[in-house]
Design a protein around this ligand. Structure first.
Ligand code: ZN
Length: 308
C-alpha cells in the first residue's frame, strides 16, 4: 500500500522518511512547508514517518516525528483529533498514536504536524488514505435478557455506558513507553470489527478481540496504566478498564475474579484478574478492546504499532 505525500513538491527541503512497518508497509514523505530553504539554511526541520500494518478502519497508526524541538513537544492532529506526542525512551523521536475508528469512511484524511514554538515554525501535512475493509458477520445465541434487556436493567445499561463514555473522553498524561504485549499466551480470534447478530438481531460491531481460554487463566496488563474501572457491568461482566494515558484505554471483560481495584497503578505484566464467563458471553473467554482518542481500534494493531 502506498501512502501519498500531500501537496508541496519540495524535494530540496523535504525530510523524506521511509519506515519499514511490521507486516505490510510504511512509506512516507513530504517535508517542511511554507518556508523554502529552511533545511538548506540549517534551521529547524521536521520529519514525520508512520508505522502501521494497514491504513484501514480499526487500525492504529504510530506517528514518529523528528525535529530540533528541544523539550517542547510538536503538535499533531488527524481525523479531527489532537494527537498527543511524547518523547521516545531514547529521546530521538516524538511519538503519538492515531486511531482509525472501525466505522471511519474510506477516503483521504490529513495528518498535520507543526512546531509552533520554533522560528520559523515548521509544519508538515501528510495524506492518510484510508482503504476500505470488509468485516465479517458473526451469529451468536445468548441468554435473551442480553438482547432485549428487561426494563429495570435498561437504566443500569444507560448509566454504565455514560460512565464509560465519560472516561474515554478524558486524556491523562501518557504512562507507558514500551511496546504493548498480549494479556494472555493464547492466540486471539481474529474477530475484531465483526458485525454481530445476537439471537437473530443485529447489534453494534464487535470492537475487540476474544481470547478463548479456560476459566481461571491469569490475565496480565499489556502495558502500564491506572485502573479506572474494576467493577461488575451488565454486558461485560467483571470488567477492568486501564487508562494508559494520552487518550488510550484498554477494556478487559468477563473476568471470573478481579485482582485490582480502582485507583491502582499497574505495570506491564501485572495480574488484572482471571478469565471467566460473566456478562454477555457464550462461554469463558477474555475480551480485550481498545479506545484511542475515542476510536475503536484492534488491540493487535496497537501491539504491532508500538513495536520498535
Ligand atoms: Zn468479545
Amino acid at each position: 500500500m502506498t501512502l501519498e505525500a500531500f501537496g508541496w513538491p519540495a524535494p530540496r527541503w523535504s525530510g523524506v522518511t521511509t519506515t519499514v512497518a511490521i507486516s505490510v508497509f510504511g512509506v512516507f514523505g513530504a517535508g517542511v512547508t511554507g518556508h523554502p530553504g529552511v533545511a538548506a539554511q540549517g534551521l529547524p526541520e521536521l520529519t514525520v514517518s508512520l508505522v502501521t500494518r494497514a491504513m484501514q478502519p480499526g487500525e492504529v497508526v504510530r506517528v514518529d516525528v523528528r525535529c530540533a524541538c528541544g523539550r517542547v513537544a510538536p503538535r499533531a492532529s488527524a481525523l479531527d483529533r489532537d494527537i498527543p506526542l511524547a518523547l521516545s525512551p531514547d529521546g530521538t523521536r516524538w511519538q503519538g498514536l492515531i486511531g482509525i475508528d472501525l466505522d471511519v469512511a474510506p477516503g483521504e484524511y490529513f495528518l498535520l504536524v507543526s512546531a509552533p514554538h520554533l522560528r520559523p515554525p515548521p509544519a508538515h501535512q501528510m495524506s492518510l488514505r484510508v482503504e476500505p475493509k470488509l468485516f465479517r458477520t458473526r451469529t451468536l445465541t445468548v441468554a435473551p435478557e442480553y438482547v432485549d434487556p428487561p426494563a429495570p436493567v435498561v437504566d443500569r445499561i444507560v448509566r454504565e455506558a455514560a460512565r464509560l463514555n465519560g472516561i474515554y473522553r478524558t486524556s491523562t498524561p501518557r504512562v507507558w513507553d514500551r511496546p504493548f504485549v498480549p494479556p494472555l499466551a493464547t492466540q486471539a480470534s481474529a474477530n475484531f470489527g465483526s458485525r454481530s447478530v445476537f439471537n437473530g438481531q443485529p447489534r453494534s460491531p464487535h470492537a475487540g478481540i476474544d481470547f478463548g481460554s479456560p476459566t481461571g487463566t491469569v490475565v496480565t496488563a499489556p502495558s502500564a496504566g491506572s485502573v479506572v474501572v474494576a467493577d461488575d457491568l451488565y454486558f461485560t461482566g467483571n470488567t477492568v478498564v486501564l487508562d494508559h494515558g494520552a487518550g488510550l484505554y484498554s477494556i478487559f471483560a468477563h473476568f471470573s475474579a478481579l485482582a485490582v481495584e480502582e485507583g491502582d497503578l499497574v505495570d506491564v505484566g501485572a495480574t488484572l484478574g482471571r478469565v471467566g464467563a460473566t456478562g454477555r458471553v457464550t462461554g469463558p473467554h477474555l475480551h480485550w478492546s481498545v479506545r484511542l482518542n475515542g476510536a475503536r481500534v484492534d488491540p493487535i494493531s496497537l501491539i504491532e504499532a508500538t513495536q520498535d
